[in-house]
Design a protein around this ligand. Structure first.
Ligand SMILES: Cc1cc2nc3c(=O)[nH]c(=O)nc-3n(C[C@H](O)[C@H](O)[C@H](O)COP(=O)(O)OP(=O)(O)OC[C@H]3O[C@@H](n4cnc5c(N)ncnc54)[C@H](O)[C@@H]3O)c2cc1C
Length: 468
C-alpha cells in the first residue's frame, strides 16, 4: 500500500505544512496564505501565536420576540414564541451522517434546492464522529457489489486519497480514515452546492394539517426555523419523524465507544513472545501503526440522557484502564490511546413504522419489489442481496417527510443489516432522489411516481437489483 498523504512518520501531526496547504487548496496562496490569517499557527506548531483580532459586535444586546419559560404551580411553562426563518428550501436533510450526505447530494444532483442541517461540526455521523471505520457488507455473497451510486463514489474518492483500505473481494470490508471521510464529504457537499447549517440541533418540527413544513433548529444563533417542502430524517434516531408524530418502535441496543490505538507498529516482537497477546487490539486502519477498536457495550436505551451520560464516563474509564494493561505487557510499552470517539456508539433507538418494512422473510425468499429503491448487503452472511422497497422510507402517517439510514422501517431481526454503513448510503441516496421527485411533481412523498425515482437512481449509478 502507498504511504498515506500525511505520513513521513506515524503521526498525523507530522504532516508537512506544504502538503497540508496543498490539501486544503491553498497551495498557490501559500506565500500570502490567502484566507488563512497571516500569522496563524499551523497544526504542527506549538505555542500561542500573536496577531489575533477581535471586535465588539454588540453591546447589551436584547433579543427580540423572546419569552422565557417560567415556573407556574411548580411546572415549567414555555410561552408562545415567534421564530425567525433562517432559510427556505425545497429539500431539507436533517443529519449529515452516511445516509444524510448521500440524500442531500442525490436530491441536489436531481435538481432540487437542498439544505443540510447537522448538530456537530463535521459530516459522517457515526462513521467519523463515532470512529466506526469498517464499511461492512458492500459486497455480498457471490461477489456482487450492491452498494453503488453515491456511496461507492465516496469510497472511490477515499481510495484516491489513500484514505481507505479497499479490497473488492467478498468478506473483505473497506476500512477508512475518519479525517479523510470528513474531507471527502466537505468536497462533495461543496461541489454539489448545498446550503449547510452545522452546529445546528434539530429540536422540533413545524407541522400543519399533519404535513411537515420545516424544522426548528437550536444553535449559537438561537432558535430559528428552516422551512422546506420535503424533509428527510437522517438523524439515525428518527428525531424528526418522532417530533412530527409519526409511528415508530423505540428499541434498545448495545451502546459502545470506539477508540484508536497508536504505535502498534512499534510493538517489539521478541519481547512480545514473553506474555500472551493482549486482548482488544482492534483492526488496522489506513494510518500505519494505528488500529481502531470496536466495542459492543451493554444493551441500553440510547434516547435516555442519564444512560448516555453514565455510559460515556464508564466506557472512557474502561478504555483508559485497558490500554494501561496493554502497555504493561512486554513488547507493548509504546502502544498508546490515540483517541476515544467524540461520539458515543448508539446503534439503534427509534425505528420508523413505514408503509412497508424490511423483513427477514423477504431476505430469505429473495423477494423482488416493484418499488425497489436499493439493494442491501451484509458481510459474511449466508444469503444473497436483499431488495429494499420504497415504502420503508415513508411513514404510515404524516406527510412531507422521509426516513433514511438506520431508522428506516425494519423488523428487529433485520435492524443489524439495515444499519450497516453501505445500506445507509443506499437508503439515503434513495430518500434524496424521492424527495427531489416529490418537489418537482408537487406531491407528498407517499404519492411519488416510484418509476421516476428509480430512473434518477439509475442515472446516478445506483444498483436496484435484477429485474423481477
Ligand atoms: C459501536 C458501533 C459499531 C459499528 N460497527 C459497524 C461496522 O463495523 N460496520 C458498519 O458498516 N456499520 C457499523 N455500525 C453502524 C453504522 O456506523 C451506523 O449504523 C451508520 O453510521 C448509520 O448511518 P446514519 O446516517 O443512518 O446515522 P448516523 O451515522 O448516526 O448519522 C446521523 C447524523 O445525524 C446527526 N443528528 C442526529 N440527531 C440530530 C438532530 N436532532 N439534529 C441535527 N443533527 C442530528 C448526527 O450528528 C449524525 O451526523 C456501527 C455502529 C456503532 C454504534
Amino acid at each position: 500500500m502507498k504511504e498515506p498523504f500525511w505520513s513521513d512518520s506515524n503521526h498525523p501531526s507530522a504532516m508537512h505544512r506544504r502538503d497540508w496547504l496543498r490539501l486544503v487548496g491553498l497551495g498557490g496562496a501559500a506565500a500570502g496564505l490567502g484566507a488563512w490569517p497571516t500569522n496563524e499557527a499551523l497544526p504542527a506548531d506549538v505555542g500561542e501565536p500573536g496577531g489575533f483580532q477581535s471586535s465588539i459586535l454588540a453591546k447589551n444586546k436584547v433579543q427580540e420576540n423572546r419569552a422565557n419559560p417560567t415556573i407556574v404551580n411548580g411546572r415549567v411553562i414555555q410561552p408562545q414564541r415567534e421564530l425567525a426563518v433562517l432559510h427556505r428550501t425545497d429539500v431539507l436533510v436533517v443529519g449529515g451522517g452516511p445516509a444524510g450526505v448521500c440524500a442531500a447530494v442525490a436530491a441536489k444532483r436531481a435538481g432540487a434546492d437542498v439544505c443540510l442541517v447537522e448538530r456537530y461540526g463535521h459530516f459522517g455521523g457515526l462513521w467519523t464522529g463515532g470512529l466506526v471505520l469498517l464499511v461492512t457488507g458492500h459486497i455480498v455473497q457471490g461477489g456482487k457489489q450492491v452498494c453503488q451510486g453515491i456511496g461507492e463514489e465516496i469510497l472511490r474518492r477515499l481510495d484516491k486519497l489513500d484514505g481507505a483500505i479497499i479490497n473488492r473481494r467478498p468478506g473483505v470490508d473497506p476500512t477508512v480514515d475518519a479525517e479523510a471521510v470528513k474531507y471527502v464529504m466537505v468536497e462533495m457537499i461543496e461541489e454539489a452546492g448545498l446550503r449547510v447549517f452545522l452546529h445546528s440541533w434539530c429540536a422540533d418540527v413545524i407541522l400543519s394539517d399533519n404535513k411537515v413544513q420545516g424544522v426548528v433548529i437550536e444553535s449559537k444563533s438561537g432558535r430559528q426555523a428552516v422551512l422546506a417542502k420535503v424533509v428527510v430524517d437522517a438523524t439515525g434516531d428518527g428525531d424528526v419523524f418522532a417530533a412530527a408524530g409519526a409511528e415508530f418502535e423505540h428499541r434498545s441496543h448495545n451502546i459502545g465507544l470506539v477508540s484508536r490505538l497508536g504505535n502498534l507498529d512499534r510493538v517489539d516482537p521478541e519481547k512480545a513472545k514473553q506474555a500472551p497477546k493482549p486482548r482488544l487490539l482492534g483492526g488496522p486502519t489506513p494510518v500505519p501503526g494505528v488500529n481502531w477498536v470496536n466495542m459492543l457495550g451493554p444493551e441500553e436505551d440510547g434516547l435516555d440522557v442519564n444512560v448516555l451520560s453514565r455510559l460515556e464516563m464508564q466506557h472512557r474509564k474502561f478504555i483508559w484502564r485497558h490500554v494501561q494493561k496493554i502497555r504493561s505487557t512486554p513488547g507493548y510499552e509504546k502502544v498508546y490511546l490515540m483517541e476515544t470517539a467524540p461520539q458515543l456508539g448508539v446503534r439503534i433507538t427509534r425505528v420508523l413504522r413505514g408503509l412497508s418494512t424490511v423483513r427477514l422473510e423477504d431476505l430469505k425468499k429473495g423477494t423482488k419489489f416493484p418499488d425497489v429503491i436499493g439493494v442491501g448487503g451484509a458481510s459474511g452472511g449466508n444469503h444473497g442481496p436483499w431488495q429494499i422497497p420504497y415504502g420503508t422510507l415513508v411513514p404510515v402517517k404524516v406527510d412531507n417527510i422521509l426516513a433514511a439510514g438506520r431508522c428506516i422501517s425494519a423488523e428487529i431481526r433485520m435492524a443489524d443489516l439495515v444499519r450497516l454503513i453501505p445500506n445507509c448510503f443506499v437508503t439515503g441516496h434513495a430518500a434524496g432522489a424521492a424527495a427531489a421527485v416529490a418537489v418537482q411533481d408537487g406531491c407528498p412523498p407517499r404519492q411519488v411516481d416510484v418509476a421516476k425515482v428509480q430512473k434518477i437512481l439509475r442515472q446516478q449509478e445506483a444498483y436496484l437489483g435484477e429485474p423481477a
